[in-house]
Design a protein around this ligand. Sequence first.
Ligand SMILES: C[S@@+](CC[C@H](N)C(=O)[O-])C[C@H]1O[C@@H](n2cnc3c(N)ncnc32)[C@H](O)[C@@H]1O
Ligand SMILES: [Mg+2]
Length: 265
Amino acid sequence: MLLPVLCGGCAALAAVLYALYCWIIPALVQYNGTVALLWHDVFVERMLDTFTRSTRPQRMLKAVQKNATRGDPLSVISAIDRFCRHSEWAMNVGDEKGTILDSVVSEVNPAMALELGTYCGYSTVRIARLLPPGARLVTLEFNGDYAAIARQVIEWAGLEDMVQLVEGASGDWIPRMKEHFGVKTFDFIFLDHWKDRYLPDIKLLEECGLLRKGTVVLADNVICPGTPDYLEYIRNSPSYESNYFRSHLEYTKAEDGLEKSVYVG
Ligand SMILES: C[S@@+](CC[C@H](N)C(=O)[O-])C[C@H]1O[C@@H](n2cnc3c(N)ncnc32)[C@H](O)[C@@H]1O
Ligand SMILES: [Mg+2]
């Protein structure tokens, strides 16, 4: 009498677990940004780091060394995108938002560009490959392990001559930009570091006189994880003309986007 009930219970539990594993978790991870970040950035990354005794940036670098051609930035970008779509998600701006980034960089054609948040150098390579001859990109990363990987990725792409990768925190380095790099103002700035730093750092860039009339500031992840205080400021300040580019969180179908803001003085 008890056996059929127990077997029925086990079958129902197995069906629920199967549905969770095959449909519910994958759908949540694809369409819900918060779940996606928790799943990929906390759960999966920690598990893979433990099992492989390596880090995600190290695994990404290996994918570049195995699949990309030295001196060919596009092949580096493709190798990273393939790794992130088929092996492991990572917090690069990604292929979908990357095409928006490309079009803004091409439109601005900056002689002097700044990136806050290098990680493994994916967006650095995307930006640097589009710069005109003689242009420079300064990119800031405060995590020494990420910076070491990014240097190798940038070198693999053959772009080391136009990129200055600085290891340090934005709050410390922005006030030293003029004196240290001989920068007058930036033509293009890509904000993609921790989201609670967007607002203090744009204000710091203003205070330090690093923006000129026409400087274009492009901010990633303004919806997911989200930068509400920055959006409130940049959209309501008379010093900027601001537009939202709707897209998706890197390598998922959850909504995210880029905010392009032109400094008008
Ligand atoms: C989202 S990742 C950058 C991704 C990269 N832009 C890309 O698309 O390939 C953010 C990076 O910013 C770095 N970061 C966060 N806050 C920072 C700060 N205040 N100064 C410098 N680096 C920072 C983090 O260590 C992390 O590597
Ligand atoms: Mg980002």
